[in-house]
Design a protein. Structure first.
Ligand code: GTP
Ligand code: MG
Length: 138
């Protein structure tokens, strides 16, 4: 079994979509083994997304991630990293397959409702950024 970090982004928490998004994860066989709702500062968002620091949208991305509450969560399952990215759909909702979270709920490439780790090493780092071992209950 594998763990991945998921974030329900401010566009989705503002539109009251946390439960509908969690249902997509659970329907796909992913277990939510840790979860909390927090308000990031722009600096904390910047630290989390520092791999994108040189991208033109970095400042906009950090502002957005600090613009309202996020729900950070650890998802568990066989192949959880890839499975979560499948359930999320493509980064740009216009390219996302029907039935995915981004196809159903997202309004733009910037405000695309969810984040998911992209590899085992980043999943480990991202989970450790938000959670202690005691908070993850499988
Ligand atoms: P994450 O799971 O959030 O990491 O998404 P991803 O892996 O599908 O995309 P990527 O890591 O390439 O980009 C990280 C995030 O930056 C995206 O989820 C978007 O929120 C944002 N982003 C990516 N491209 C653009 C863009 O062209 N414009 C804006 N405003 N934001 C973008
Ligand atoms: Mg990414």
């Amino acid at each position: 079994t594998e763990h991945t970090l998921s974030i329900i982004k401010p566009d989705a928490t503002k539109r009251n979509l946390t439960g509908k998004i969690n249902a997509k994860f659970e329907d796909a066989g992913l277990r939510i083994v840790a979860q909390k709702r927090i308000q990031l500062t722009k600096a904390q968002a910047g630290e989390f997304y520092k791999v994108h620091a040189e991208r033109p949208f970095y400042d906009e991305l950090c502002e957005f991630m600090a613009s309202g509450p996020v729900v950070v969560q650890v998802l568990e399952g066989d192949g959880a990293i890839a499975k979560n990215r499948e359930v999320m759909g493509a980064t740009n909702p216009a390219d996302a397959d029907a039935g995915t979270i981004r196809a159903e709920f997202s309004e733009s490439v910037g405000e695309n409702s969810v984040h998911g780790s992209d590899a085992p090493e980043t999943a480990r780092e991202e989970i450790a950024y938000f959670f202690s071992g005691l908070e993850i209950v499988g």
